[in-house]
Design a protein around this ligand. Structure first.
Ligand code: TMP
Length: 211
């Protein structure tokens, strides 16, 4: 690798908090390479899509491992971009994997179990977590398997837990996490906040972070 590596930035949040819109804008504004998870085009991603659209049944453990596997499918490609000095933006990643699977409250699938297959993946240099207090009013939930208010409430609780545990146990998040409450804000306003946060987040060195 010659020169500075690119930055790996993650935008996380519940369904319908505007992640994809914001990632798309950011990739245009700041020239980021954009990676959306799950990526439904890969071999594993096609199976995930069948599950999400309720065309295929899988055990909770299996689908969890497939989501992780989908991240591993893209890992080398992302690493090569970063090595080449290109900034990358992720739309969902490991924390979605943990929050959605753990929200099912299946025996044995606690957060520790859920993290295992993601160990060794690149860790983002910055995680931006979008929250929206009025997501319940949002009539826009679609037909996919996790798109209902009750399940989203459970996911929200898990996200809260994940980030509070990580703050206590992992110093890393203290410097690499920003919560942005988008309640009542328009797309442009949120974009401005995010561009500001990302522009001010510089790397201290070229070392990569890993889970
Ligand atoms: P999407 O709506 O952002 O395409 O994501 C599809 C669904 O997959 C969404 O409800 C969140 C869920 N999900 C997981 O359950 N585990 C994961 O690891 C990821 C990335 C997403």
């Amino acid at each position: 690798m010659s020169g500075n590596r690119g930055r790996l930035i993650l935008i996380e949040g519940l369904d319908r908090t505007g992640k994809t819109t914001q990632c798309t804008l950011l990739s245009k504004d700041l020239n980021f390479e954009y990676y959306k998870f799950p990526n439904r085009e890969t071999p594993i991603g096609k199976i995930i899509n069948e599950y999400l659209t309720k065309n295929m049944k899988l055990s909770d453990q299996s689908i969890h491992l497939l989501f992780s596997s989908n991240r591993w499918e893209l890992q080398k490609i992302i690493k090569n971009k970063l090595d080449a000095g290109i900034d990358c933006i992720l739309d969902r990643y490991v924390y979605s994997g943990l929050a959605y699977s753990a929200a099912k409250n299946v025996e044995g699938m606690d957060l520790k179990w859920c993290l295992q297959p993601d160990i060794g993946l690149l860790k983002p240099d910055l995680t931006i977590f979008l929250t929206n207090d009025s997501y319940k009013d949002n009539k826009g939930f679609g037909e996919e398997i996790y798109e209902n208010t009750q399940f989203q409430d459970s996911v929200k609780e898990k996200f809260k837990k994940i980030f509070s545990i990580s703050f206590e146990e992992e110093e890393y998040l203290n410097y690499h996490f920003k919560n942005v409450n988008v309640t009542g804000l328009g797309i442009e306003e949120v974009n401005k906040i995010i561009v500001d946060i990302v522009s001010n987040h510089q790397l201290n060195n070229n070392e990569y972070l890993y889970y």
